[in-house]
Design a binder for this molecule. Structure first.
Ligand code: ADP
Ligand code: ZN
Length: 291
């Protein structure tokens, strides 16, 4: 018995096969170009395992339609990636494979990975942010994704500009939202070089930490989760975690007695595997639910 995983990102699709123990046994990646080009590669990959494939978990870039009763359930909806706008992703997969499928956002899948195997293991409420090309977020409570009319978009929460920061923000919708101020492209625009090329002792990182701490502050007040996990390319700057803890303490002023910060605001235990492992765990859940 095998499970499939599709981590559909804006730049690449990572497809993987896991065994019954949810160990990854094969993983490939395809560039995200157009559905006409990318989807046949995805389907061919899973076709190799068709006989043993029990379920597939899909974590997709979005926004996506997550409402089972909606006529566009399973679609990628208003994405800026034109070729994928209003694309029936789940429908295309279901046409190719008549097996249970889980359908959620890419960040929800990563959150589920950390919840199942990583820094959220054994906890009932987990919030996960990825600070990369954009800022995405997923939140889980009692093993279920928190969602309402749609999935949350916490990456676009507004942040208060740091007094030493005159950057206006790069989000075309909101300017100074978290994504506009703190995602990789905002880091690059402000500094004239990519985050990975900015030295650890550059004062800019204090500004970046301030925004991430504001996010942790808002998250704490809204959800009081048991853990907040920050992943994504920008958080590869591991020194950031300490800076975020310090800024968070300053902002919170002990108003809420959070768990110990070293265990409360953390980076992903699964590093870059959170999404794939999350999709596999969601596939297993879809299989169990369908039984
Ligand atoms: P994506 O969000 O596209 O899935 P990533 O999470 O890797 O991919 O995010 C890419 C962004 O993270 C880019 O803007 C890149 O400059 C930035 N980034 C990648 N590595 C680092 C690093 N070591 N330090 C700071 N920023 C980084
Ligand atoms: Zn925004």
């Amino acid at each position: 018995m095998l499970y499939g995983s599709i981590e559909a990102g804006g730049t690449k699709f990572v497809c993987a096969i896991g065994n019954e123990k949810l160990e990854i046994i094969e993983r490939v990646s395809f560039p995200t170009t157009t559905p006409a080009e990318t989807m046949p590669l995805v389907i061919d990959f899973f076709n190799q395992y068709k006989e043993d494939l029990s379920a597939i978990g899909i974590g997709s870039f979005g926004p996506i339609d997550i409402h089972p009763n909606s006529p566009t359930y399973g679609y990628i909806t208003s994405t800026p990636k034109l070729a994928w706008q209003n694309y029936n992703f789940l429908g295309a997969m279901k046409e190719a494979f008549a097996i249970p499928m889980a359908w959620t956002t890419d960040v929800n899948a990563a959150a589920y990975g950390e919840y199942s195997f990583g820094n959220g293991k054994g906890l009932s409420s987990v919030v996960y942010y990825t600070i990369g090309t954009g800022v995405g977020a997923g939140a889980l409570q009692n093993g279920e994704f928190i969602q309402g009319f749609s999935h949350p978009e916490m990456g676009h929460m507004l942040v208060v500009p740091h007094p030493k920061d005159d950057f206006k923000g790069s989000c075309p919708f909101h300017g100074n939202c978290l994504e506009g101020m703190a995602a990789g492209p905002a880091v690059e625009k402000r500094n004239g070089r990519k985050g990975q090329d900015i030295p650890q002792d550059d004062p800019f990182w204090e500004i970046e930490a301030e925004y991430i701490a504001q996010c942790a502050y808002n998250t704490t007040l809204m959800f009081s989760p048991e853990v907040i996990i920050f992943g994504g390319g920008v958080m590869k700057q591991r020194h950031m975690v300490d800076k975020v803890h310090a800024a968070f303490k300053r902002l919170m002023k002990d108003y809420v007695a959070t768990p110990e910060l070293e265990k409360y605001i953390v980076t992903p235990a699964l590093e870059d595997n959170a999404g794939t492992l999350g999709c596999l765990a969601l596939a297993e859940k879809a299989y169990q639910d369908a039984k």
